[in-house]
Design a protein around this ligand. Sequence first.
Ligand code: ZN
Length: 325
Amino acid sequence: MTTMRFGGRTFSNGDLPSAVLSELSPRGVHGTSGRSRAYLRKDAARSWNRAIRQVRSETGLDLTVRGWNRSRAEQELFFFQRYRRGASSPFRDYRFYRGVKYGRVSGAAAAVPGFSNHGWGLAVDVNDFGGVGEFGNARRVKAYPILKTYGWTETEGRRVSEPWHLVYDPAADRAKGGGKPRVTKAPRRKPTRPPTIKRRSRQRAWVALWREFLTAEKGSDPGTGTAFDGTLHDATTQWQKRHDLEPDGIVGPKTWYTATSGVRTGSRGSAVQIAQRIGGLRGSAVDGVAGSVFASRWKQIQRWLGVEADAVIGPKTVAALIAKG
Ligand SMILES: [Zn+2]
């Protein structure tokens, strides 16, 4: 059993004396009920209270928690709800507690009692920060960069796919000793809205790009040439039908955005060129190869859209583009 020293006292996990704890603000709005009082080790509580004030002033979000300091008994309760002695685990998650093997039978992973950062009064579980694995949750995407500057780390939460679980690391707290840390805001970029092209459109470059894109698509025959002709129109409606878009043969932002679906760093082809143009690139930078410039542009766009900045144009990014782009 390890112990910790803080504030001139020594204590063990799950057994923090009230003298080293402070309450989280606002008082009495925490827990799943929204009426509990929450406590952390004094330095973590002070940092959290400052951090959420800045989150509120910069993003308008009010953060509350449903997990905070956890006694040994609470950790056991939690652990035994999910892990059974000698059980076979459908998650292949086995842990030893007091020399006995336990298998997880339900719920998300939980720390072995005595080893949780909740037991050190250093972890919070934030309300409405996304479900399992949902690190792109819009509230979290807005608030976390600020929390991070106050020493709230996500490494452990990422390891167990829990976006809500944050751990305080005093060494990472840039606001310690008062004052407001500077949040180096990651750059954001509004996507460049592609034009709407249709039969007889004269935007040659975009018409050519759209035809090239359809040529590479399975089951499409967009014909050749430089004009948006009947063949290209028909190929467009068929492609739109296959992608649950209105089959009107008009290539507007929604159709362009859908065409970039699946593009990621390392991709090649005309879908990449479309994504590069939406990313504001022009001329020879539109080369159909998704490299480092593509990645940084698209991460900026994803931040602007409020989705996870991973330079992968997945379903969430496409949906956000259609909604806001
Ligand atoms: Zn937690």
